[in-house]
Design a protein around this ligand. Sequence first.
Ligand code: IPE
Ligand code: MG
Length: 261
Amino acid sequence: MEETQNVPPLTEAPTGVTPRHIAIVLDGNGRWAEQRGLPRTEGHLRGATPVKEIVEEAARLGVGRLTLYCFSSENWKRPQAEVDALMDLLKKYMIEQRPRLMEKQIRLRVVGRREGIPDETLAEMDETIRVTSSNTGMTLALAINYGSRAEIVDAVRRIVKELSNEKAHDKAFENAGASSVDELITERYFASHLYDPDAPDPDLFIRTGGERRLSNYLLWQLSYAELWFDDVLWPDFTKEKLWEAIRWFQTRRRRFGGLDK
Ligand code: IPE
Ligand code: MG
């Protein structure tokens, strides 16, 4: 990880190729609070500030899609009070940020399973998705009750359901111009059954909070992403930190398994 060190602080936004899709694991809210003798939920509250800053800065830089890991399917294991606080925070975010998302022409999407999310959070989420759906700027995807293995399992379920319905079965073969299962079931066909099939794969993955792991995040989609890890705790993440990651991304030669020309 030597590239992440000794990088002078940036005072300007990076110029050069902007990643089309950035996927972030925002980690470290709990530790940020604990270090200050505050309850963990204070860390989550404080974590909303960089969320707003990074969403707007990514949109300003011309990023096409930003995916934020807000709540994983494993986060239900946390104490109920913390889960409730997170769900409440998400609900408030959906309400409070609506005008701002409209102003910045940001379209909201949510990826994950709906089961377990409180009705009032779902309602505000759906409303924000609805009102922002024809916005023409960046897509902000929030991963809520998201797990990548669950997403892959859900895709398989969708495929099996599709193929066990005669009409949908015939249509699938026809659309793909396929005459055998091997011809039909390609990577492209499989990916078209993921939660948000229109999303391009992330070019840049960022994880704050010091851990070097993927934590069941976008496993299919991250196949060729450049991985950037930052020790900073999420509430201390800033747009300068985002610039640093993008600047590093711009130095990478992406070969996608091929060779340099
Ligand atoms: C990330 O911070 C917040 C969530 C997306 C749930 P954590 O709550 O995981 O913070 P740490 O890792 O305990 O510091
Ligand atoms: Mg954590």
